[in-house]
Design a protein around this ligand. Structure first.
Ligand code: THU
Length: 157
């Protein structure tokens, strides 16, 4: 039998349409782009992760001459948060990407598969949905749970 998966998300054409908490997170993600170390791709990605205790942990992509040793912005934030605030649920992550000139790119950057899998793990660990906000100059998308970006999540435990 044919079945269909539906993905719910919201699109915002201006940050003023978002809650002040989400706006703050997006602004932190944009700010984190400056901490990107991306001499190879010249693609600066910033992430800002809100924890259940209200703390915002930032991340930015970190590259390496041995390319596979690099890490995406999202995972630097999530891994750092789970070390610095172990056991505190991760409730929302915003992502922004800028060019070499530091200018926000037009369309939102979407997390890679590996980052989505890590989000899924921390969402499960936190016991509550983790929302994902993808911010671009033209539009901002909000997904209320990781499942919306990673349907049929792999789960071994
Ligand atoms: N990158 C991220 O940091 N997050 C994403 O969601 C996609 C890609 C980084 C990895 C690499 O440093 C650069 O962007 C180009 O792929």
């Amino acid at each position: 039998m044919d079945q269909r998966l539906l993905i719910d998300y919201q699109a915002f054409s201006s940050l003023s349409e978002m809650t002040s908490e989400d706006r703050e997170l997006v602004e932190a993600a944009v700010d984190a782009c400056k901490d990107s170390y991306s001499p190879y791709s010249k693609f600066r990605v910033g992430a800002a992760l809100r924890l259940a205790n209200g703390v915002i942990v930032k991340g930015a992509n970190q590259e390496n001459a041995a390319f596979p040793s690099s890490l995406c912005a999202e995972r630097t934030a999530m891994f750092a948060a789970n070390v610095q605030y172990n056991g505190v649920p991760q409730v929302s992550i915003a992502i922004a990407a800028c060019g070499e000139d530091g200018k926000l790119i037009d369309q939102p950057a979407s997390p890679c598969g590996a980052c989505r899998q890590v989000m899924a793990e921390y969402q499960k660990l936190g016991g509550r949905p983790m929302s994902i906000i993808l911010h671009g100059a033209s539009v901002t998308y909000k997904f209320n749970k990781v499942d919306d970006l990673l349907p049929l999540i792999f789960d071994s435990i």
